[in-house]
Design a protein around this ligand. Structure first.
Ligand SMILES: [Zn+2]
Length: 432
């Protein structure tokens, strides 16, 4: 019975998603007025996505009697110790179930993200540390995006195009790494998509290689220097446009990376003449000074010319940067210390701004907790409406339902819940 309802609910949700993604499609020789409305268009997609997302928890809230659960042993204790128990106060008051109920698309719920974080740690347990940590950011000046804009539009007017092009580029990047083995054969990988407030999508990617990269091979894969203009002009253009951090600090105190007068990303980095690896954090990549043969460029920061040298370069892969012409930060990771941070970083719970003080009952209301201060940007709304996944990985991790003796989860309602001598009835109901 419950499964039938779940399927019905999943179908309803999918049809709502399909309906709105149908509305967003670009059709040849057919005018789509929604796509011409700029900010109004963005408002529309956020509203429609918010509608879809609130419908689903509403279903769960209305079906809590089906879903209320408590571990068997706690249930038994309560009944044995206290004959006058009110079943309505037992168990989690309102639960926001994990993926199974939603057919795998209710992404971003804390329960769901916790599972992903556990899965990432499973990869680490089995395959050791990942080798590469890649951050791939959407570039709104890609030709593919510009070509699709209508007359008079710029890329911030069309988050649907940026989302769809980024999705395609991300797929190409993953194929580049996993099928064409540009770094070498890969053992497994995972990525998560994220949006900064109002920001474009970016992907955090972890890659495990079959043959580990040794510290003397890092320089062949990762660079943190401004390329020589005379040797490779294309690469020089991509790096100087996309891979220079800031400059922040004294040059620009209003840079978003600044907090309490220092750069949260720790720029400018120190100049080092050779790549140094250690057990703590990322390696120090080779950043030669101008005297030592390093290059420098002049950038305009708030209308002032600033000389930028290798201290400001975000580590990149020349191959990936040249191929994808975007901000692609590539880091070599080899330390156990950094892995926990990366797993947490890669799998963050959705944007939230939680405020207010609640009582215990409110704290047990997982739906309320999730919806409280949920922040949806138009970039994220488009991504979700088009049913693009925000997390993918290979290979699959299968969760086994393991529990301590008598710790299995049981489902009960006020109707099938009885106290005292009839306790066995509950078990029969559960198992039946
Ligand atoms: Zn900075």
């Amino acid at each position: 019975m419950k499964n039938a309802q779940t399927d019905e609910e999943t179908n309803m949700k999918v049809s709502a998603m399909n309906y709105y993604s149908y509305q967003l499609m670009i059709r040849q020789d057919v005018e789509n007025h929604i796509l011409k409305c700029r900010q109004l268009f963005h408002q529309y997609i956020v509203d429609m996505y918010a509608k879809i997302e609130t419908e689903r928890p509403l279903y769960i809230r209305l079906n809590q009697t089906e879903l209320r659960s408590e571990e068997y042993i706690h249930l038994r204790d309560t009944i044995v110790n206290d004959g006058n128990v009110n079943p309505n106060e037992l168990g989690r008051i309102v639960i926001l179930p994990n993926t199974q109920i939603f057919g795998g698309t209710f992404t971003g719920s804390p329960r769901h993200m916790h599972e992903y974080a556990q899965d990432a740690m499973t990869y680490v347990r089995v395959y050791d540390c990942p080798d590469l940590f890649i951050t791939f950011t959407c570039n709104p000046t890609w030709d593919e995006i510009k070509e699709l804009l209508l007359a008079g539009q710029s890329s911030p007017d069309r988050h649907d195009i940026t989302a769809r092009v980024f999705k395609q580029k991300l797929k190409a990047l993953m194929d580049f790494i996993n099928k064409h083995h540009v770094f070498r054969k890969t053992r497994c990988w995972m990525y998560s998509i994220e949006w900064q407030k109002k920001g474009l999508p970016h992907a955090h990617i972890l890659v495990w290689l079959i043959n580990k990269i040794t510290s003397d091979q890092i320089d062949q894969i990762i660079s943190a220097e401004i390329p020589d203009k005379d040797i490779d002009l294309d690469l020089f253009d991509v790096v100087t446009k996309n891979m220079i951090h800031g400059p922040c600090g004294a040059f620009n105190n209003n840079s978003p990376c600044m907090s309490d007068g220092t750069c949260t990303k720790r720029y400018p980095r120190n100049l080092v003449s050779d790549t140094i690896t250690g057990n703590y954090g990322y390696p120090l990549y080779c950043r030669r000074s101008v005297e030592d043969g390093g290059k420098s460029i002049v950038l305009k920061v708030r209308n002032v010319d600033v000389e930028v040298d290798n201290r400001w370069v975000v580590p990149y892969s020349p191959l990936l940067s040249k191929t994808f012409k975007a901000h692609i930060n590539l880091e070599y990771c080899n330390s156990v210390k950094s892995i926990k941070y990366i797993c947490k970083y890669v799998i963050k719970v959705s944007d939230m701004a939680v405020f207010g003080v609640g009582n215990m009952a409110a704290q047990l209301d997982e739906i309320n907790q999730y919806q409280l201060g949920r922040y949806i940007s138009s970039n994220e709304a488009v991504w979700r409406i088009l049913s693009f996944s925000i997390h993918e990985r290979h290979p699959t991790v299968v969760h086994l339902v393991v529990h301590l003796e008598n710790g299995q989860r049981v489902y009960f309602t006020a109707d099938n819940f009885t106290t005292g001598n009839n306790f066995n009835c509950i078990l029969l109901t559960v198992q039946g």
